[in-house]
Ligand binder design. Structure first.
Ligand code: HEM
Ligand code: CU
Length: 550
């Protein structure tokens, strides 16, 4: 199989050597791995901030305690949750799946040598690092206490490092836009012969829809954040009402991006889940076209619901009613997906591998996250729940329970392809169980607290909330242990893991598995793959042998 210019055993990992060969690589697979390592580091940092917040909140509350009984001061608490949120949103969740697995898999799945613009891909990574350094700078110098949402008027008045932070977010926005453009062109122009749109794996559809949002929405937040910096520097009266500006304008701009951004976060996860469910239950996806089109549907409708973040901002009642109605519109394509996954699992031959366990964790947690969105989308309940821990729990169930869980599961799924090593199924499954328990223990009590009026972003609270906070804090440590088991399993596999010898251990049907070596070579394929069937044609494996039997 291997041709002369590749030594036997040569692959993208060992084709070139040395740190520089990674830092300046234009190989989409290596770029994906570099994102993975960088994002992993930021995930760890932001996670430590979260543990700090939870540790502060679990201290015993004595009604008339003196300030000395707090672990960190109110101001430091504000900074800690801002760093946690800003790093998690801008440096972790938004790039998580697209930048890592999107980069690694997109060309492999459509049978291409690389993305359309490999050098631009590298530039995007470098921009990501530069933007991240700006955020790191604010952590180290000057601090930041606006919350990840940078709401005006506070963000134009606080003395912390808002300018450096918004500049960082602006640069990160560029990285995101350029990656989006790159992926869109790749899907349009680089598909292998025979790879029609309806033969593309659903992860490709999801990444495509995500890229469209990245390109259309990100410029809005970029400009908005720059306007905050200009307002601070020059006071020209865009958001400052004393100068004729409008602080609510910021919220409109911000959520015009940030609501679609939640679909940047979740759509790729949906795509991964479709891949994992089909491969580990050996069934063709139920309703392929509906699932593919629903990604586009979510992307489009997602642009018209941002006002559901502003029900209590003083926007007109009529606007609120429309935003509420449109919010319910998103439920339709989302429900199509969930229905399709369940129908795919039905009568499938399910194997409880680590990726599949994470997929079940995803289904459970995302269901809770999505359904609680309905309470928030309804006007009458949202006015009570807005800015409480209910919202905090909701978005953790979707962002962490959804995106991060699907991402971890999928890294296990493609681990043999990425590293050429086997991982321990035992420890993988144990990690999914510990993460599941820790996650629910952390965030479920927050729903209850929220309905009872516990506001978000407070460093102190009334004693009646103590038990909930205590449970939540204990949960967060269990969750952290679960995530460390994940890390340990991966590191153990890299250093001591058995070598993978099969190029398609899951017996999957998509090109990324069927046409690549155990670990793909530098330009992916020895010979140009030709697509002759859809990506999920497992049915022959489940159907009874006799024709005509049902
Ligand atoms: C499935 C249907 C969903 C519905 C109906 C929904 C609805 C809502 C609503 C109405 C709010 C505003 C609550 C308030 O502040 O009073 C909200 C907040 C939020 N949602 Fe969702 N949501 C859904 C899914 C998602 C997904 C998939 C994500 C991300 C992956 C997400 C992330 C967020 C975030 C980050 C916030 C809070 C932002 C903040 O104030 O800091 N949501 N959601
Ligand atoms: Cu929203």
């Amino acid at each position: 199989m291997l041709t002369s210019h590749h030594d036997a055993g040569s692959n993208y990992l060992n084709a070139k050597k040395g740190f520089m060969s990674w830092l300046f690589t234009v190989d989409h697979k290596r770029i994906g791995i570099m994102y993975f390592v960088s994002i992993g580091v930021f995930f760890l940092v932001a996670g430590l901030f979260a543990l700090l917040l939870r540790a502060e909140l679990m201290q015993v509350r004595i009604p008339d305690a003196t300030a000395t009984s707090y672990m960190i001061s109110a101001d430091h608490y504000n900074e800690a949750f801002t760093f946690h949120g800003a790093i998690m949103v801008f440096l972790v969740i938004i790039p998580s799946i697209p930048a890592t697995l999107g980069n690694f898999l997109l060309p492999l799945m459509i049978g291409a040598k690389d993305v359309a613009f490999p050098k631009l891909n590298l530039i995007s990574y470098h921009l990501y690092i530069v933007g991240a350094l700006f955020l790191v700078y604010t952590v180290a110098f000057g601090g930041l206490d606006t919350g990840w949402t940078f709401y005006t008027p506070y963000s134009t008045q606080t003395s912390t490092s808002v300018i450096a932070a918004v500049f960082g977010a602006f640069i990160l926005g560029f990285a995101s836009i350029l990656t989006g453009v790159n992926f869109i062109v790749t899907v349009h122009k680089m598909r292998a012969p025979g790879m029609t749109w309806v033969r593309m794996p659903l992860f490709v559809w999801a990444i495509y829809a995500t890229s469209v949002i990245q390109v259309l929405a990100t410029p809005v937040v970029g400009v908005t954040l720059i306007l905050v910096a200009i307002e601070r520097l020059l006071g020209i009266g865009i958001f400052d009402s004393t100068l004729g500006g409008d602080p609510i304008l910021f919220q409109n701009f911000f959520w015009f991006y940030s609501h679609p951004a939640v679909y940047i976060m979740i759509l790729p996860a949906f795509g991964l889940v479709s891949e994992m469910i089909t491969a580990h239950s050996r069934k063709s996806i139920f309703g392929y076209k509906a699932v593919a089109i629903s990604s586009i549907g979510i992307a489009v409708i997602g642009f018209f619901v941002w006002g559901h973040h502003m029900f209590t901002s003083g926007q007109s009642a009529l606007a609120s009613v429309f935003f509420s109605l449109l919010t319910y519109g998103v439920a339709v394509p989302t429900a199509i997906k969930v229905f399709s996954w369940v129908a795919t699992l039905y009568k499938g031959s399910i194997s409880f591998t680590t990726p599949m366990c994470y997929t079940f964790v995803f289904l459970f947690l995302f269901l809770i996250g999505g359904l609680t969105g309905i309470f928030l989308g309804a006007l009458s309940t949202d006015v009570h729940l807005h800015n409480t821990y209910f919202v905090v729990a909701h978005f953790h169930y979707v962002m962490m329970g959804g995106t991060i869980i699907a991402w971890i599961g999928a890294v296990f799924h493609w681990w043999p392809k990425m590293t050429g090593k086997k991982y321990s199924e035992t420890w993988g499954i144990i990690s999914s169980v510990v993460v599941f328990i820790g996650f629910n223990l952390t965030f479920f009590p927050q729903f209850v607290m929220g309905t009872r009026g516990m506001p978000r972003r407070y460093y102190d609270y009334l004693p009646e909330y103590y038990n909930f906070h205590l449970l939540s804090s204990i949960g967060s440590f269990v969750l952290a242990i679960g995530l460390f088991i994940v890390l340990f399993t991966w590191l153990h596999s890299i250093f001591y893991g058995e070598k993978e010898t099969r190029s398609n251990p899951w017996r999957a049907k998509s090109i990324d598995w069927t046409d690549t070596a155990v670990v793909p070579i530098e330009h992916n394929f020895e010979k140009q793959p030709i697509s002759s069937h859809g990506p999920y044609e497992f049915d022959e494996l489940v159907k009874p042998a006799k024709a005509g039997e049902h």
